[in-house]
Design a protein around this ligand. Structure first.
Ligand SMILES: Cc1cc2nc3c(=O)[nH]c(=O)nc-3n(C[C@H](O)[C@H](O)[C@H](O)COP(=O)(O)O)c2cc1C
Length: 148
């Protein structure tokens, strides 16, 4: 399978996570395209598989690198029936708006017709000692469930 990995980061943590996930997918025989500043003119919306790694910033806002993309989706409201997606939310549970951006992305993607293919992963940077390993474990879990 080919995964388009959409990265929502402000201070870089999510980029490490996306790289780890990408390496894990490649080692399992998949291919990936990393979108470190996703752009609606470049991210495919037909027969496409998105893996969105989304950090929350501000008071529950999308991270900087993905903010314009999310804005374009909500302004232009393209049909996303051709998109399947998985979602990793990155945040810090000391905030009231814990992982709010990932929840908002989920609602926006599905509201535009995209299909989520597995339960989302939520990573709490306050308590999670090894986010990369947990993300790779999550990948293994839902991929093996799909191939059974
Ligand atoms: C100014 C600021 C605001 C933040 N706001 C939130 C928030 O509202 N909700 C949340 O879950 N995490 C919040 N966080 C935590 C970040 O999501 C967390 O540090 C994450 O690792 C940042 O990822 P990044 O380095 O990829 O940008 C905030 C962090 C900062 C520095």
């Amino acid at each position: 399978m080919h995964f388009h990995i959409l990265i929502g980061t402000t201070s870089g943590n999510t980029e490490y996570l996306a790289d780890a996930v990408s390496q894990a997918l490649i080692s399992e025989g998949h291919t990936t395209t990393l979108h470190d500043q996703p752009d609606l003119t470049e991210v495919p919306t037909e027969n496409a598989l998105w893996l969105c790694c989304m950090a929350t910033h501000g008071a529950g806002e999308y991270a900087d690198s993905i903010y314009p993309f999310m804005q374009s989706l909500s302004d232009q409201r393209p049909a996303l029936e051709g998109v399947r997606y998985a979602l990793i939310g990155i945040g810090d549970s000391s905030y009231d708006t814990f992982c709010q951006a990932a929840q908002d992305a989920d609602a926006l993607f599905s509201g535009l017709g995209a299909t989520r293919i597995c339960d989302s992963l939520t990573i709490d940077m306050l308590n999670d000692l090894d986010p990369e390993a947990n993300a790779v474990k999550w990948l293994d879990t839902w991929q093996s469930a799909r191939s059974e």
